[in-house]
Design a protein around this ligand. Structure first.
Ligand code: PHE
Ligand code: ZN
Length: 880
């Protein structure tokens, strides 16, 4: 909780630590009510610092004893602040012995040492280690750790920490111990311990070098039937990092532990990754295709951090994207390579584009907009954002687009050569990329320093006589809080030209043969013209292929051109994009028509294009599904000056209904044709089929009283996997029929599976017929609790973020609900509360009647006391 007024921390104020740590020996006497932590740490004065004050961080811990170089420090020899312990004018070489107390069972923040389902877990990123012991808790202080754990043997039979197990044994009084040593230097945020009643799936795995390593996936007893996929994903990750980047696992032992109470997805603690159960547990009965894909991605992500994050870490938290953007990029490439086909790769890319538009572009245009490398923050936990992660990954991807795969690999190699076991900055990564390739990437720095989504405007001119085709690209970037007058970015714009036959033209730029059917134009000025030569006919340009930069592209495409691209573009991302543009133009017109009370109509051309894709058997099912999913209500809202969520909802529903009616026979045929009989497999091909089939089912159930209700009912009852069962239930819920019996039977079947109960809440929270009264009623359900982040997210976040037509109820009742629960959550878990607080980010774009009520709700939260720094930062920036 906030004790003094929140302070803004600035990147420009960075100073090196006054002391560096060599070794840390930690002793834990674990007890839920009263854990004793003994910390013996050796430090030396840092020659790079002018200060002789030894500053340690500490929060919510009680100091019991403090000795320096063997002598107890008298109260006058140190200063105990609310969040620091300072020893002024400390000697050059220091050994500190610090004993503190904490109460893990009272820790509801899930940061530091806490209890989940009766066992102990830690979470130290970003600043949780200071909730365990006094320490210079900053990532540029790297040290070697030895850890002794002591706990009751019956209740906590498994004692884990980073690195290698040195010894274990029994103690008096039914207790036991385990001693661990991490051979690598690490920052404190990578420390972890687990003391729990768990079981594991384990395996010895042989690295390419021939060295054998022990892999373990630890879960609660009843979940041992759900660890196979995580283990398989871990082995795939190890192999992939060896092959693609020449990076080997540096430990003899690598552990994954699943915990039910966790704020984020997972955490890359050295050798001891701790995961939200959501990203470990899967079997066909309880997990969907999306869950399986999530597990593969997150297991990969955390494993890849071992090099990008752990071996080379961040100098300070402003550099967070150095590890996160790079590691997201790596996990994206891993997932794409696991599918293996070009079309599968494109499907993963389209998913990434959707996430950016759904979440990152709005963030970049809202009150919390910040550069990939922020300049300031109040609470670092608020900066684990889609900008730092996903836009950061786009920035890394652009290096690869500019330098090629080989050039990118050279840059990575140089990065590790220069910076292994160091804490560095985003600039160091950029320098490695530039130096390894002899390239000037100075201007590329603006991707790190300037917030906001750049807009690239294209115009074209074909000269039939000269056979030239000019593409003029110009760029601008809107102002963001605290940043005006942006300078031009270095933007790779991948372009192909389609002929009337739908085929890619051979390309030449200013007379030089490109040698590929896609050219990467490097836009560096405010405006530049690129000339394609020997262009025999007027082409249709396919611009920003593979989404080569995280920008908004404006080009006055005609419907005819878009239809051409939608039918022929060899670049699957732009093929999909053409369909999205066709849909968006119509959705915006329909939204305006709804608002004006005009009659709604949808043209046959659009329907025909949708039909053509739906039945095109040469296309992957997964691609066809993506092509048929209309832009979300959130993405439509982002295109409007003044957002009318009800009109958007009505317009989109009208379009879906019309498509459903016009394409009913084809949808039914696809439903039948894409069944996946036989045992469930999460592979991309099968998942794609299920995706298309279930999209068809959802369409078939849109019309009230649909004749296909029984189809969904049958699928719901007979499904042999969760993907099909949940999709059927969701379609039933969205049909608007009375589905209480189905909901009840689903709940009864899966009441013991927390992650499935989360789905049950989430489906209802996001259904357009769930109003705020219904959500309040669901919160009365015995299975609901605000204390578990997954559960809180399942209902509250799905309602506030994924159900816009109800969240924006005209009477403002859902805004009151939001305020009430941001405040309630804040008392338990500020990090989760601050995420919920972000639901109001875009409030200024709504019609005045809604805006006033949203402001009132924000003000209500801002006035609440006490309020965490986390929530205070979000609401005060929203109101600013
Ligand atoms: N570093 C984690 C990841 O991205 C995320 C995380 C941040 C987890 C903070 C917990 C707390 O892999
Ligand atoms: Zn990460």
């Amino acid at each position: 909780m906030r004790t003094d007024s929140p302070q803004t921390i600035f990147r420009k104020d960075y100073t090196p630590p006054s002391y560096l740590v060599h070794t840390v020996e930690l002793g834990f006497d674990l007890d839920p009510a009263r854990t004793i932590v003994a910390n013996r740490v050796t430090l030396s004065r840092n020659p790079a610092s002018k200060s002789k004050d030894l500053v340690l961080h500490g929060e919510e811990i009680d100091l019991v004893a403090l000795r320096m170089n063997g002598k107890t420090l008298a109260p006058g020899q140190y200063v105990l602040g609310s969040h620091t312990l300072t020893i002024p004018k400390a000697p050059a070489e220091v050994t500190l012995e610090i004993e503190t107390l904490c109460a893990p069972e009272l820790n509801t923040t899930l940061s530091g040492l806490y209890v989940s389902n009766g066992s102990f877990y830690t979470q130290c990123e970003a600043e949780g280690f200071r909730r365990i012991t006094y320490f210079p808790d900053r990532p540029d202080v790297m040290a070697k750790y030895t850890v002794m754990l002591r706990a009751d043997k019956q209740r906590y039979p498994v004692l884990l920490s980073n690195g290698n197990l040195l010894e274990q044994g029994d103690l008096d009084g039914g207790r036991h111990y385990a001693k661990w040593e991490d051979p690598f230097k690490k920052p404190s945020y990578l420390f972890a311990l687990v003391a729990a009643r768990l079981v594991c799936q384990e395996e010895t795995y042989t690295l390419k070098s021939g060295r054998e390593v022990l892999l373990q996936v630890w879960v609660e007893e009843g979940n041992l039937d759900k660890t196979d996929y995580a283990m398989q994903s871990l082995k795939n990750s190890i192999r992939w990092d060896e092959e693609r980047f020449g990076l080997e696992l540096d430990l003899d032992r690598f552990m994954i532990v699943a915990v039910g109470d966790f704020n984020m997805g997972a955490m890359e603690n050295k050798g001891l990754n701790i995961f939200n159960t959501k990203f470990v547990l899967a079997n066909p009965r309880v997990a969907t295709d999306i869950d399986y894909a999530g597990i593969e991605a997150v297991v990969g992500h955390e494993y890849f951090h071992n090099w990008t994050g752990n071996r080379v870490t961040c100098r300070d938290w402003f550099q967070l994207s150095l590890k996160e953007g790079l590691t997201v990029f790596r996990d994206q490439e891993f997932s794409a390579d696991m599918i293996g086909t070009a079309s599968g790769r494109a499907v993963t890319r389209i998913d990434q584009v959707r996430t950016l538009r759904q979440a990152q572009f709005p963030e970049d245009a809202g009150p919390m907009a910040h550069p990939v490398r922020p300049d300031s923050f109040v609470e670092i936990n608020n900066f684990y954002t889609v900008t730092v992660y996903e836009k950061g990954a786009e920035v890394v991807r652009m290096y690869q687009t500019l330098l090629g795969r080989e050039g990118f690999r050279k840059g990575m190699d140089l990065y590790f050569q220069r910076h292994d076991e160091q804490a560095v900055q985003c600039d160091d990564f950029r320098a490695a990329m530039a130096d390894a390739n002899g390239r000037d990437l100075a201007q590329f720095e603006r991707w790190y320093s300037q917030a906001g989504t750049p807009v690239v405007t294209a115009s074209t001119r074909y000269d039939a006589a000269a056979q030239t085709y000019d593409i003029t690209l110009s760029q601008r970037c809107p102002d963001t809080p605290g940043q005006t007058g942006k300078l031009p970015f270095h933007i790779p714009v991948a372009v192909g030209l389609l002929g009337a036959d739908g085929k890619d033209m051979a390309l030449a730029l200013d007379g030089e043969v490109v040698g590929a059917t896609t050219a990467v134009l490097e836009l560096k000025e405010a405006e530049q013209t690129f000339r394609f030569t020997s262009v025999r006919e007027q082409p249709v340009p396919s611009i920003l292929r593979d989404f080569s930069a995280p920008v908004v592209l404006e080009y006055p495409y005609t419907d005819a051109e878009l239809l051409h691209l939608f039918r022929y573009d060899s670049d699957a991302v732009n093929r999909w994009e053409a369909g999205q543009r066709l849909a968006m133009a119509r959705l915006l017109k329909l939204t305006a028509a709804v608002a004006q009370g005009a009659t709604l109509a949808l043209d046959d051309t659009f329907i025909a294009a949708q039909r053509a894709v739906l039945v095109d058997e040469t296309l992957d099912a997964a691609f066809r599904e993506l092509a048929l999913v209309l832009p979300s209500e959130t993405i439509i809202a982002e295109q409007m000056e003044v957002v009318d969520p009800h009109a958007i909802h009505a317009a989109r529903q009208f379009m879906r209904r019309t498509i459903a009616r016009e394409l009913a026979p084809e949808l039914l045929a696809q439903y039948q044709a894409n069944q996946t009989p036989g045992p469930y497999s999460p592979d991309a091909q099968s998942a794609g089929k299920r995706g298309l089939k279930n999209l068809a089912l959802a369409y078939l159930l849109i019309d009230p009283g649909s004749a296909e209700l029984k189809l969904a009912q049958r699928q719901f009852e007979q499904a042999t996997n969760m993907t099909d069962r949940a999709a059927a239930l969701s379609a039933l819920i969205h049909s608007g029929e009375d589905v209480r019996a189905s909901l009840q039977s689903f709940y009864d079947d899966f009441a013991g599976e927390a992650l499935v109960v989360d789905k049950w809440f989430a489906m209802q929270g996001a259904a357009p017929n769930t109003d705020v009264a219904a959500v309040r009623k669901l919160m009365q359900h015995p299975a609901f609790t605000l204390k578990n982040p997954n559960r809180a997210r399942s209902l509250l976040f799905s309602f506030c973020n994924a159900n816009p037509s109800q969240f924006h109820a005209k009477d403002g009742s859902a805004y009151d609900f939001w305020a009430e629960h941001v405040i309630a959550l804040d008392a338990l878990n500020p990090q989760v509360a601050a995420r919920l607080a972000r639901s109001m980010d875009r409030w200024r774009r709504y019609a005045p009647a809604l805006q006033d009520q949203m402001r009132a709700a924000l003000e209500r939260v801002a006035r609440a006391a006490p309020l965490s720094n986390d929530v205070m930062e979000v609401v005060s920036k929203a109101l600013a």
